[in-house]
Design a protein around this ligand. Structure first.
Ligand SMILES: *[C@@H]1O[C@H](CO)[C@@H](O)[C@H](O)[C@H]1NC(C)=O
Ligand SMILES: *[C@@H]1O[C@H](CO)[C@@H](O)[C@H](O)[C@H]1NC(C)=O
Ligand SMILES: *[C@@H]1O[C@H](CO)[C@@H](O)[C@H](O)[C@H]1NC(C)=O
Length: 231
């Protein structure tokens, strides 16, 4: 007696650990906090795997107006649609953001059509340059088996975003994919904010929680007026 129930207790303990770790992996799978039900414009930092053009990026992210893509990148309105973007060059892409249940996601866009030999991991980490993790595509599209997607299937790619004000100020939230070796301070400096703000809106206690390849919520102040007028 005792041993069987102890074993069961242990099994249950392992199961809970497993569930907790699954939950933490999906929650560090980068949802951005977005507290009130709201919608707004936001930005994501997209670094294409292959060289491409602004026009292809516009179509991949279903950006309605080419001008909003130019505005987000401080490019003159005369810039041609064929303007080339190098492999791994980061482009700011405007997305419509909607907040629901304390999480912000791109509102029903982008829609990605599955191609031959695609897998969800590849779509999240390569096609959308790691802006989100593949379990978020699974959840958003209620995919029953993550290893089974069909060519031609349309997937909603729920990119992370937020509409929250920061310290009582309107900002544009920018999803930045963290490079290996970055620090919170360096990222804050690069985007004109401060470490404490970055840590707090991303729910982190300190630098040690910053991980390479995570999407970090970066509030951009100056960009607000400029981006807003193009939507
Ligand atoms: C809202 O989020 C909480 C915690 O993340 C989750 O438990 C709950 O099921 C969500 N509710 C809805 C309606 O999605
Ligand atoms: C990049 O280009 C190569 C060669 O054309 C192609 O096989 C690959 O699928 C492309 N990758 C992405 C993410 O589009
Ligand atoms: C960073 O935060 C974690 C908890 O979130 C804590 O365990 C760790 O000691 C902190 N590190 C420093 C250097 O403060």
């Amino acid at each position: 007696m005792g041993s069987a129930s102890a074993e069961m207790g242990f099994a249950r303990f392992l199961l809970i650990l497993l569930l907790l770790s699954l939950l933490t992996t999906t929650s560090t799978a980068q949802s951005f906090k977005c507290s009130s039900p709201a919608s707004c414009s936001a930005l994501v930092g997209y670094a294409p795997y292959n060289a491409t053009t602004l026009s292809e990026i516009q179509s991949q992210f279903n950006v309605k107006k080419f001008h909003s893509l130019l505005g987000a990148n401080n490019l003159p309105l005369s810039t041609p649609r064929t303007y080339s973007i190098k492999s791994k060059q980061t482009v700011k892409v405007p997305i419509p953001c909607i907040c629901y249940n304390n999480t912000g996601v791109s509102n029903k866009v982008p829609i990605y059509t599955v191609k031959k030999d695609d897998g969800l991991y590849f779509i999240a980490s390569t096609v959308f340059s790691g802006l989100l993790k593949y379990p978020q595509i699974v959840v958003a599209n209620k995919i029953p088996d993550k290893d089974k997607i069909d060519i031609g299937q349309k997937l909603w790619i729920p990119l992370p975003c937020s509409c929250d004000e920061v310290s009582g100020e309107k900002v544009v939230h920018y999803a930045h994919v963290v490079e290996a070796g970055s620090t919170v301070e360096e990222i804050a400096k690069r985007f004109g904010t401060d470490s404490q703000t970055l840590l707090s809106i991303n729910g982190m206690a300190n630098d040690s929680q910053l991980m390479a390849d995570q999407s970090l919520d970066v509030p951009l102040k100056g960009a607000f007026q400029f981006v807003a007028e193009f939507f």
